[in-house]
Design a protein around this ligand. Structure first.
Ligand code: ZN
Ligand code: ZN
Length: 308
């Protein structure tokens, strides 16, 4: 089983851990005020020299927001030594990530359900629960630009950055990695179904699935809203079908779904738990770990909201 990167609870140590793991990070102030650019990089300054951020030669390590992100351990240490409370930002594209960012305050959950009804369940991969009770689903970058919006409350983040655990959200909540609370590099490519049509490969949207995806399903009729729903068998199958490196994630993903569906009284939670624990053991996850992960899926504060 792949072991994730355990992230220290303190921001300075966590920033170092990411940098050591090769993840480019930069400081983000709690109120998000950017760090000032140097005079050569400041458009308002008479000394400004026109240049693109990625081609900057000024040598000042804080210029241009997320373009300053680095894996240089000395620099990272210095930054968080100066400001131990600074949040940890990570530019998506520069780290090879493309992120589905779901913000529940703006209808992101409903949009996600609508999106998945349309394109099929998104492949499971690394997930982060944001301090604002939202979700980051992190995929490998497709290597070209993406449309920014997936619907109300859903951003496709590629050019921008995200905050990383244990950063503190404006609401006071901390970001945390889903599952065992450790970071694992994303295991799935950006879903082809979310690509602009012209960038999809020749084949039409594959309903017959790559490995991480659910098998194609008949929609359940007679449900208000008409959305496709998953059964306990589907959730179990999802865990069984996922390849080794992503099983923890797949299990947690399925557990979250189980809690959501049970909350909406669409499945029986006990039945789902029994099925998933059995599946976990069949694919080599330890029983204790699986139970802990299943329970932690229920403590996710968003459970209540998803059903709304
Ligand atoms: Zn500069
Ligand atoms: Zn510059």
């Amino acid at each position: 089983m792949t072991v994730g990167l355990r992230i220290p609870a303190k921001l300075p140590a966590a920033a170092e851990a990411y940098a050591l793991a090769g993840i480019k990070v930069f400081r983000v102030r709690r109120n998000k005020t950017p760090y000032a650019n140097c005079a050569r990089c400041d458009r308002q300054s008479s000394l400004y020299v026109k240049h693109r951020p990625e081609a900057c030669q000024c040598g000042v390590p804080t210029c241009h927001g997320f373009w300053a992100a680095t894996t240089d351990l000395n620099l990272v240490r210095r930054w968080w030594h100066e400001e131990p409370d600074a949040n940890i930002g990570a530019p998506c594209k520069l780290n090879g990530w493309a992120v589905v960012d779901i913000d529940p305050r703006n209808g992101g959950r409903e949009s996600l359900q609508a999106l998945e009804t349309r394109v099929g369940l998104l492949p499971s991969t690394t997930m982060q629960i944001t301090g604002g009770d939202g979700l980051h689903i992190i995929y490998r970058s497709p290597g070209f630009e993406l449309p920014g919006l997936g619907g109300p409350g859903i951003d496709f983040k590629h050019n921008g950055y995200i905050l990383l655990a244990p950063s503190v959200h404006a609401s006071g909540g901390r970001y945390q990695w889903a599952g065992a609370g450790t970071y694992l590099p994303p295991t799935a490519d950006w879903p082809e179904t979310l690509l602009p049509r012209k960038q999809r490969r020749a084949a039409p949207v594959p309903r017959a699935a790559p490995r991480h995806r659910f098998p194609p399903l008949e929609p359940h009729r007679g449900r208000p809203g008409g959305g496709r729903m998953w059964t306990v068998e589907d959730l179990v199958q999802h865990v069984m079908d996922t390849h080794e490196g992503s099983r923890n994630n797949a299990f947690y993903f399925a557990a979250c779904r189980a809690h959501e569906l049970a909350e909406q009284r669409l499945i029986d939670l006990g039945e789902a738990e029994a099925g998933l624990i059995t599946a976990a053991s069949a694919v080599g996850l330890s029983d204790t770990e699986a139970r802990a992960s299943f329970d932690s899926a229920s403590t996710r504060p968003s459970d209540r909201g998803w059903a709304a």
